[in-house]
Design a protein around this ligand. Structure first.
Ligand SMILES: O=C(O)c1ccc(O)c(O)c1
Ligand SMILES: [Mg+2]
Length: 606
């Protein structure tokens, strides 16, 4: 089916919105009246511009407060409509959206509404235009899709149909089953928007918090199935009023938007992108840094050993158990300080994972970053983190003739340096925590969920001394891959977007002691935290003292316990040591405000 996006969903002047929509691969746009009023382009120029970009103008909107009004008012409305129909003729747009009246002049009289909408449709038909009548959730008398449809049916005019908008239907708790009662050819337009499930005034909710399908809590796939069943074959159009998208870069938002539609189309059988290939583990985390010493000092104190060096680049492999950290001092590090620039994901089918990613519009990175590198498939996540699809441990290039020569084992690029591991306490990477740019949190969650096939957990808010920090983990079923996506208080520059590598250990006390004995500095935690811990939990003898001494934080849920502590921060990056016991699945969110405050306090200059 054709895809479309409302210009109100994107930021910038109309021309930028159109370019962004076209580049992201949309087939058409809904032009919002405000965008038209504000552009210096004549309607004919907009028409030419959209045509050049390969876009159709699928809808002009909105026309407001038309129906169920006294005759003299309706005469004025028709005059207004005639102007707009003339404009639409110049634009080359053939469908206009009329939303249900919010005017105090409107009366609760369906017969009058039907009669006047019929008259409007008769006028529209003279211009070759169709009228799509939409129930706003806060319409004065008409606020459900069933009601709007019953008026359209009563009017019985071929140029009058209805426009369904998922937000208005689902925000009021409407049942989309009834959509099946509408003949497909009378659904003139379909607008799709999701929204987070928050209790608030429906108009404010609609105008500020809509989001793209899959980013909120509505069952859009369920609704869409009902619409498809009617035989509707018009565009799937995104109409998303959102305060963040109004500010974010239009090109990025448009890609996020199109990805959301692809995922929705997949969920409803309208599209068949390559199936997701869920990663099974973290092959490596790669730090890029202008100066290796601070990072390798921490890694060494944590018990990591430099086991190998890249054959041709200034990249070292530091390893402990199954945890592998690459330290790259190449040119990239001279730009942005110390950052977690790349993640290697172990995949049972790296090429399939890459095909999935590409089909969902993930930017594909060159397979070889240098001629001597193993040709790994890689894509960029929304925050720019490079994701490499690596083979699973032990996987080799297919050896038989005709097989693609894929050296899936990236470690082949590395030459052992002979240093032997000396027995630290770290076993593997438990999770990676990546703070996202302020405007990309929802996009990042949808990206990791849909592109990588990970499951998104509940989003949690934690207090930071300078604002709120939101966090949402995306994980594989067995916890082999866990990525905690976060977003800090806005506006936060790149430097404030911390990233951390959480390292699993079976003995966090031993690991912390080893780190300290080797000269590492753990994040100090205030005494008040431990007084509170004593009040909340009955811990064993001496346990609390040990935690207090080392700065270990503690949490417990129904299924298990969590103990964790933090290193100092280098550039944007720090490390966490975590010990999970029992089936604890969280990340210590309860402790995050204390940790965030301690990190602020530890910043140089405070
Ligand atoms: O918020 C509004 O006014 C508005 C306008 C047009 C729409 O299609 C809509 O869903 C809402
Ligand atoms: Mg709408």
């Amino acid at each position: 089916m054709r895809t479309s996006i409302a210009t109100v969903s994107l930021s910038g002047p109309l021309t930028e919105k159109l370019t962004a929509a076209a580049r992201a691969g949309f087939d058409g746009v809904e032009i919002f009246e405000n965008d038209l009023l504000a552009t210096p382009l004549a309607p004919e120029e907009i028409r030419a511009r959209t045509a050049d970009l390969g876009l159709s103008i699928d809808l002009y909107q909105p026309m407001r407060d038309i129906e169920a009004v006294p005759p003299e008012e309706f005469a004025r409305n028709l005059r207004r409509a005639r102007h707009k129909f003339e404009l639409m003729r110049r634009l080359g747009a053939d469908t206009v959206l009329v939303c249900s009246s919010v005017s105090p002049l409107a009366v609760d009289d369906d017969a009058l509404a039907a009669e006047q909408l019929g008259e409007l449709a008769a006028l529209a038909r003279d211009f070759g235009i169709r009228v799509a009548y939409e129930a706003l959730a806060w319409g004065r008398h008409v606020n459900t899709y069933e009601h709007a449809w019953s008026i359209v049916r009563a009017a019985g005019h071929p140029a009058l149909g209805t426009c369904l908008d998922s937000f208005h239907i689902l925000a009021r708790g409407g049942d989309p089953k009834g959509i099946a009662d509408i003949p497909g050819e009378k659904i003139f337009f379909l607008q799709l928007a999701d929204a987070p499930l928050i209790a608030m005034d429906v108009l404010q909710w609609s105008r500020h918090y809509r989001c793209f399908p899959g980013q909120g809590g509505f069952d859009l796939a369920g609704l869409l199935r009902h619409v498809i069943a009617t035989g509707y074959r018009g565009p799937l159009s995104l109409e998303v009023f959102n305060d963040v998208f109004r500010q974010a870069e239009a090109g990025e938002t448009a890609v996020d938007a199109r990805r959301s539609l692809l995922v929705l189309q997949e969920a409803t059988g309208l599209a068949r992108p390559p199936a997701p290939v869920v990663p099974t583990g973290v092959a490596f985390a790669e730090l890029v840094t202008p100066d290796a010493a601070p990072v390798t000092g921490i890694l060494g104190a944590l018990g990591f050993t430099r086991t190998a060096r890249h054959r041709s680049k200034p990249v070292d492999l530091w390893q402990q158990g199954e945890a592998r950290v690459l330290v790259n001092t190449g040119p990239a590090g001279r730009r942005g300080g110390t950052v977690l620039a790349a993640v290697g994901l172990e995949s049972p089918d790296p090429a399939g994972a890459a095909r999935r990613a590409e089909s969902l519009l993930a930017p594909v990175l060159p397979r070889r970053r240098a001629p001597e590198d193993a040709p790994l498939d890689a894509v960029a996540a929304p925050d720019g983190t490079e994701l490499f699809f690596c083979g699973t441990p032990g996987s080799r290039a297919p050896q038989e003739e005709g097989d693609a020569p894929e050296p899936l084992d990236w470690t082949g690029d590395f030459e052992p340096v002979g240093d032997k591991p000396d027995g630290g306490h770290v076993t593997r990477i438990d999770h990676l925590a990546l703070t996202q740019p302020w405007h990309q949190f929802d996009e990042a969650a949808l990206f990791h969920r849909s592109v990588l096939g990970l499951s998104a957990q509940e989003s949690v808010d934690v207090a930071d001394p300078y604002g709120l920090h939101r966090s949402r983990a995306v994980t594989s079923a067995d916890g082999g891959v866990r990525i905690a996506l976060g977003v800090g208080p806005a506006p936060s520059g790149d430097a404030a977007r911390t990233q951390h590598i959480a390292l699993a250990t079976d003995d966090v006390v031993g690991a912390a002691r080893r780190f300290r004995a080797a000269g590492g500095r753990l994040l100090p935690v205030p005494a008040n935290y431990y007084d509170d811990l004593a009040a909340r939990f009955e811990l064993g003898d001496g346990e609390l003292d040990t935690y207090r001494e080392l700065g270990i934080l503690y949490d417990r849920d129904e299924s298990g316990e969590f103990r964790h502590c933090y290193t100092e921060t280098v550039g944007r990056v720090f490390f966490e040591l975590v010990q999970r016991d029992g089936g604890y699945r969280g990340y210590g969110a309860q402790n995050a405000p204390v940790r965030l405050a301690a990190q602020h306090a530890a910043r140089p200059g405070r």
